[in-house]
Design a protein around this ligand. Structure first.
Ligand code: NAG
Ligand code: NAG
Ligand code: NAG
Ligand code: NAG
Ligand code: NAG
Ligand code: NAG
Length: 253
């Protein structure tokens, strides 16, 4: 291949790669931005919010640890924000999700001072209040599969879901990322997969309280469900919805 053909090939390849990356349409699971407190365009709050959101899209953002906080400005125009990526996702997936969330927050919550947006792989929050190291269990959302566990197995399934997620919670609160995922056999053919995670700025006590709140509200008669809260989340499914090898690598190091 001539160098010119190689060049054209590389250009095409990068266009295709780029197209694939930007065409990725992440689905917003839920968002919450009460319109009781708003800001106007070009206000100090607007500028501070842009500073915070820009830091989340910068090349130095902490995608590899999956969590970052940032603040800008002084009260009452001070903006505090954070992003959290699911504990098993790669830096690349984290970065894409956060970029998508930052962009979507400005279209879904165009002038709201407070917002939280949840996706499969990440969540984004910001507020005029100090949201760091503060337990928040309001503004949550439950998502569940429409299919039920057979009636005569629901009690045993509920016990398994609760014991698996409570075990995960016990591990998560003592881990640096406040994250754990694990599985358990339900039947010979069916495996339960569970995942819990807090924002790592919480204390172990607040994380545990949040996870208990979240786990206890899960509808366990479904074949899968999750509860999303600003400070933590829990989820179970009968299929491997997280990357098992990424979780193994983490929990053994
Ligand atoms: C992306 O998602 C939005 C909202 O769900 C939808 O309206 C739009 O058509 C999707 N775009 C692509 C390219 O899939
Ligand atoms: C806030 O939302 C409510 C309901 O969606 C709407 O009726 C109200 O006009 C909104 N207020 C502002 C200030 O946008
Ligand atoms: C905001 O500021 C920009 C640049 O200074 C200006 O072009 C724009 O008209 C302003 N918008 C509003 C709504 O004030
Ligand atoms: C941000 O959203 C706008 C419109 O919703 C879209 O045109 C643009 O491509 C998005 N940018 C990124 C980086 O996703
Ligand atoms: C799962 O995690 C492993 C270890 O981090 C990684 O090598 C692999 O590419 C990941 N798989 C997917 C599908 O993301
Ligand atoms: C900008 C900002 O508020 N950074 C804080 C993020 O969280 C860490 C750990 O909790 C703090 O040390 C930083 O000051």
């Amino acid at each position: 291949m001539s160098s010119c053909a190689t060049f054209i090939f590389l250009v095409l390849l990068s266009i295709l790669t780029c197209f694939r990356a930007s065409a990725q349409n992440l689905s917003l699971l839920y968002y919450f931005c009460p319109n009781t407190t708003t800001y106007s365009r070009n206000s100090t709050y607007d500028t501070n919010l842009k500073t915070v959101l820009t830091s989340f899209s910068s090349s130095s953002a902490l995608y590899s640890t999956g969590f970052q906080n940032a603040t800008a400005g002084q009260a009452p125009d001070r903006v505090t924000g954070l992003f959290l990526c699911r504990g098993d996702v790669s830096s690349e997936v984290c970065r894409n999700c956060v970029a998508f969330a930052v962009n979507e927050s400005l279209t879904r919550c165009p002038n709201q001072r407070e917002a939280v947006l949840y996706y499969d792989e990440c969540m984004l929050r910001y507020s005029h209040r100090n949201i760091l190291s503060t337990l928040r269990t309001d503004g949550g959302y439950t998502l569940s599969n429409l299919n039920n566990i057979p009636h005569d197995q629901q009690d045993r399934f509920r016990e398994l879901v609760l014991s698996t997620l409570n075990q995960a919670a016990t591990k998560a609160v003592d881990s640096s990322r406040k994250f754990d995922a694990r599985k358990a056999k339900f039947t010979a053919l069916q495996t339960l997969y569970g995942l819990v995670q807090c924002t790592p700025d919480l204390t172990r006590q607040d994380c545990l309280r949040c996870l208990q709140t979240s786990i206890n509200q899960l509808p366990t008669e479904r074949i899968g469900a999750r509860l999303l809260l600003p400070s933590c989340g829990s989820r179970y499914e009968l299929y491997p919805f997280y990357n098992e090898s990424a979780v193994r690598t983490q929990t053994t190091t």
